[in-house]
Write a protein that binds this ligand. Structure first.
Ligand code: ADP
Ligand code: MG
Length: 703
């Protein structure tokens, strides 16, 4: 059947660039001949290829003539005019690689190759490229293979990206390997113990330092419980730390003792972190440091002990000496008085009485100072205005300082009230002023300063609770102290003054008093720079200051006019009871005496009138003086109370402020002091809620 003659201009169809090139190509001189003579199968295949958006090419006939479409062009780069040339010429550089595949297609076998790497030359230089392609045989109507069709995708971009990724991964792996090697070197080299263990303490890995430091071989420790190596006394604490780690908390500087293979122990300071179900720990041998610190501590302790012994020696020696002198004064006076009485020379007794009393008073002062520094004195803290207190002492201080020293003091406006025993503060202040005077033998200036002080974070360093304080500073322009004197200035019996001048009890007493009052004392001093001693005292929340109890009059006769009223005296010691009863009766009071609390309370529950209760604090019978007074004031709100006490009764008296209408007198006391207190109480306000003015002296009794 004759084939209709095709129109040369129609083939191939379409307006793609390659279709135009096909049409423009001079096929007449080509081995394939004019397109009109091409077999139908070729023309169909070319039309299909040119219409495809996939890159496609064909090799046709025995010469393997290369035909291709628009999408295939980029793969060829700038290879010179490849259309119509044999494929082995166009792809000469990769021909050995693709030839077998092409021959298989010509033999009738379709092939599919993925990402075949080929080094192509399409831009004037060799270039690594990858292709995924499919070679299919093209047959004529009788089944004979005339050529092949290649559908090809260049995968160079994807392959390069993959290659970069693999390289990056490989380089990371290399780096990790290098770092691991570094770490392994550290693990091997470290003189510190390194440990990886399960969170239950089972050892997973140890470094060679375990052998060097503790003598254990690696195979002896692996799989063992690390706690078995911990000293019995440290096991509890170590287990607690292990638990913390198991809960995800890191550990920093925990010290315990680890057993050496030889049975001895080394102190190890551990740092550890948990992670991934295991813990990593590094332990430093701190045995030497700890031994040094221990040795230092022992030496310090020995030094402290020997200092203490020295102080105790000073104390007992000093006390025995002082008391013997005072007792000598008293017994000597008594003996002389006895003789004078025997001879009827009563008029000469006065001198010896004065001398015995003087010695007894000095003995009392001495015991009082001892109690002050041991913080066992009886304090009667009251809301006190320090401006007033200091102003009231100015004259006394001025006289003690002498003319060569200028005294500066200005009241501080807006000063808070303090909660303090005013008597004791006066004596502390006087002590500081006398120290300042001693430090300024050639004269100088002494300044008293008062200020409010709020302590927050800095309170801890002063060993005080945070809060409000009032500071009383005593500053002098004297010799100052070197650090070693500052360090010991508060020690009892520490003095740099010649024998007979200094007792070394002044600052220790001030210190004991300030601490017992809930405050603090600080020294700021340097040689040649003068000294500031600052007393901090807690602020009082009261709104008005309470007057300090009346100061003891200097002689019995100064007690003023006789008193009137009813007093109940409760004291278990017969001598003291007799003394107090006699002294009060002598002043005109009507006195009832009792020797224990329950009986006294029984009396207070009757109708018998009382203005004043004088009671010892430590009493037999199950009711102490404080309890008795509380019960009594509850029954009789207008009753005044005077406590008489030795230091041991302190706890019973309690730390609370004394209410108005109550006062304390510390044994030993003089009869003048007793009478002054009683007078002050009877003239002052009552303990109970205010019920009008206090009864005037000698006025009608209300109870
Ligand atoms: P004493 O005054 O009996 O020596 P203290 O306890 O009052 O005992 O003082 C102890 C020591 O502290 C003094 O001996 C002195 O060395 C030193 N000291 C105290 N206050 C001052 C001061 N204001 N200036 C210089 N040194 C002082
Ligand atoms: Mg002193």
């Amino acid at each position: 059947m004759p084939t209709p003659a095709p129109t040369p201009d129609d083939f191939p169809a379409g307006d793609s660039r390659m279709a135009a090139e096909f049409r423009a190509f001079d096929w007449s001189t080509h081995v394939l001949g004019p397109t009109a003579g091409w077999p139908v199968v070729l023309r169909v295949a070319v039309n299909m290829m040119l219409a495809s958006s996939f890159p496609q090419c064909m090799a046709w006939g025995p010469q393997r003539t290369l035909l291709y479409n628009d999408a295939y062009r980029p793969m060829l780069g700038n290879k010179p005019a490849p259309l119509g040339k044999p494929i082995d010429e166009v792809w000469a550089e990769v021909w050995p690689d693709i030839r077998p595949l092409l021959e298989r297609a010509y033999a009738g076998e379709a092939t599919f190759v993925e990402d075949l790497p080929l080094v192509v030359e399409r831009h004037g230089r060799p270039e690594q490229a990858w292709f995924t392609f499919c070679y299919s045989p093209v047959r004529d109507e009788r089944g004979q293979v005339l050529g092949m069709l290649d559908t090809a995708l260049e995968t160079t971009g994807k392959m390069l990206a993959e290659q970069r990724l693999t390289e990056a991964a490989a380089s990371l792996e290399r780096q990790v390997a290098e770092r691991t090697a570094d770490r392994n070197r550290l693990w091997q080299l470290s003189s510190d113990l390194m440990l990886v263990a399960r969170l239950d303490g089972v050892v997973l890995a140890v470094n060679p330092a375990w052998t060097q430091l503790l003598g254990w071989r690696e195979d002896e420790t692996l799989g063992a419980d690390v706690m078995q190596l911990v000293h019995d006394d440290d096991r509890q604490a170590s287990l607690a730390q292990l638990q913390q780690l198991a809960q995800g908390h890191a550990l920093h500087r925990f010290d315990n003792r680890m057993r050496h293979r030889d049975g001895s122990y080394r102190w190890i300071s551990w740092t550890a972190t948990p992670g991934d179900g295991a813990l990593s720990a590094v332990g430093r041998d701190v045995t030497a440091e700890r031994e040094q610190a221990d040795a230092l501590r022992r030496t310090e302790e020995m030094l402290r002990h020997s200092q203490k012994m020295e102080a105790v020696g000073q104390l007992t020696g000093g006390l025995a000496h002082d008391f013997n002198n005072l007792l000598q004064g008293i017994t000597g006076s008594l003996q002389l008085m006895e003789r004078l009485i025997d001879r009827g020379r009563h008029g000469e007794l006065g001198r010896y009485i004065t001398s015995a009393r003087g010695a007894a008073r000095r003995a009392a002062t001495l015991t009082h100072r001892l109690l002050a520094f041991s913080r066992r004195q009886t304090l009667a803290p009251r809301p006190t205005d320090l401006n007033e207190l200091v102003a009231g002492m100015e004259e006394l201080i001025h006289r003690s300082l002498g003319p060569g020293i200028e005294l500066q003091h200005a009241p501080a406006p807006g000063l808070w009230l303090t909660r303090v025993d005013a008597d004791q503060l006066e004596s502390a202040l006087l002590n500081l002023c006398i120290n300042a005077r001693d430090a300024m033998p050639d004269g100088g200036r002494l300044q008293l300063t008062l200020a409010n002080l709020q302590l927050a974070d800095e309170a801890a360093a002063l060993d005080l609770p945070a809060g409000d304080y009032v500071a009383l500073s005593v500053t002098d322009t004297g010799t100052g102290m070197p650090p070693e004197v500052v360090a010991r200035a508060f020690d009892p019996f520490f003095t740099t003054k010649p024998i007979g001048r200094g007792t070394g009890l002044g600052l220790s007493m001030v210190y004991g008093f300030a601490r017992q009052s809930g405050g603090q004392v600080q020294i700021d001093s340097a040689p040649g720079q003068g000294t500031t001693v600052r007393i901090l005292l807690p602020r009082s929340n009261a709104s008005v200051a309470q007057p300090a109890p009346a100061v003891a009059a200097s002689s019995t006769h100064a007690a003023g006019p006789k008193l009137d009223g009813q007093a109940l005296v409760v004291e278990d010691n017969a001598e003291v009871r007799m003394l107090v009863v006699e002294a009060l009766r002598e002043q005109g009071l009507t006195v009832t005496a009792m020797e224990d609390g329950p009986r006294a309370l029984g009396l207070l529950q009757t109708e018998q009138p009382f203005d004043l209760l004088v009671t010892d604090v430590g009493l037999p019978g199950g009711l102490n003086g404080r309890q008795l007074a509380d019960a009594a004031v509850a029954l009789r709100p207008r009753l005044r109370v005077l406590f008489i006490t030795g230091y041991a009764d302190n706890a019973a008296l309690g730390a609370a402020d004394l209410a108005a209408g109550m006062d304390v007198l510390v044994k030993p006391f003089t009869l003048e002091a007793l009478l002054a207190r009683v007078k002050g109480l009877l003239e002052g306000p009552t303990a109970g809620p205010p019920q009008g003015r206090a009864r005037p002296l000698g006025g009608p009794r209300t109870q």
